[in-house]
Design a binder for this molecule. Structure first.
Ligand code: DGP
Length: 117
């Protein structure tokens, strides 16, 4: 899938929209959320445009594994791996997804509620 001109996160990938990037490689980019819900709130996204989680198949198993292992490494780097953290992927309108480019939230640095919805 081609990157999309009107997608905010594709524009972050291309550098057209500035962001606080903390990691990038040929597959993914990680940056701080513009509206942090926790002391640590980082988004991990694929460079390639996938509109949401529903577009992910077994072909993307390696990409998804990479995103999760990167989030774990960032949790260690941000010193929240021992205290605990949460990884979230919102999917679609009722799933709470606002930006239609697949992204993984890394949240931590405070006590999170046990509620999931
Ligand atoms: P979601 O509800 O899962 O689609 O979360 C989208 C997140 O993206 C939300 O926490 C705010 C963040 N966000 C939206 N626009 C920007 C932006 O331009 N820059 C950054 N860094 N984050 C953004």
């Amino acid at each position: 899938m081609e990157n999309q001109m009107d997608c905010i996160f594709c524009q972050i990938v291309s550098g057209k929209i500035p962001s606080d990037v903390i990691y990038q490689d040929e597959e993914v980019i990680a940056f701080r959320d513009i509206n942090p819900q926790c002391p640590v709130h980082i988004l991990v996204i694929p460079r390639e445009h996938f509109t949401s989680l529903i577009d992910i198949t077994s072909h993307e198993a390696s990409l998804m594994g990479h995103m999760i292992s990167l989030a774990n490494q960032l949790a260690r780097d941000e010193a929240i791996s021992d205290s605990g953290y949460r990884l979230v992927i919102n999917c679609g309108k009722q799933g709470g997804q606002l930006v239609p480019h697949l992204h993984l939230h890394l949240l931590g640095g405070r006590q999170l509620s046990g509620q999931l919805g």
